[in-house]
Design a protein around this ligand. Sequence first.
Ligand code: APR
Length: 248
Amino acid sequence: MENLIKKAAKDLAKSKKVVVLTGAGVSVESGIPPFRGKGGIWEKIDPMEFAHIDSFMRDPAKVWNILIREMKDVIEKAKPNNAHIGLARLEELGILKSVITQNVDGLHQLAGNTDVIEFHGTFAFQRCLKCEKKIETSKVCLDEIPPKCECGGILRPDCVLFGEMIPPEHLFRSGKISRECEVMLVVGTSAVVYPASIIPVDAKESGAKIIEINPEKTPLTENISDYIIMGNAGEVLKEIVSEVELLL
Ligand code: APR
């Protein structure tokens, strides 16, 4: 893995147009479980029953009790780990331009990245189903489930649930920057959820070098990624950034 770390550091240091696509794997070392694979949330509960817009509308209390309440606890305790910190440092060094994240935990912004496209929305806010008002999740009282807005409407996370559209502005902007970047880091994603999973394909077709960081292979690994560094994001990104700093 050592020489791949050095290879990635060289590829990054010589580029000024690097974009990263991240998934739940970058937040695992912050204590937020992934969705798939070892310890994955979807190994315990069925996403179609608890994370689909139709199931939320049918029984919001059930989704709040089984999924959202726990997400609130876990995310509120989470701090950026070495993966988030490494990506923020790459922005400071003028190498990383934008982060496209599938995560809703806000840890990239907390670590210091300033251009973060939250492709699946954000858990930082809840949105009223009736008046669309947004309320900070940390300010939502869970004495009543499902929690309600002052107008009486039910609150839901400002995240994209299964069965919902990705906000068009995120689709457009992610497509644009993935077609313009020279290098795309793909970190901590199983690359199985569309349309996020085709972002690296767009980048590849537009001539970018694709570097995966993941302890496991993904559907991108064989045909899209130029190479995969098989390890934990925190440790790998920390080592890559140290190598990059020696090259600058
Ligand atoms: N470092 C890097 N990668 C890791 C680590 C780690 N420490 N731990 C796990 N991984 C990898 C796993 O091997 C897996 O490939 O992170 C990936 C996590 O995959 P998922 O849980 O499927 O997360 P993600 O790809 O972000 O899911 C996409 O699915 O359920 C929806 O909306 C949800 O945004 C999510 C989307």
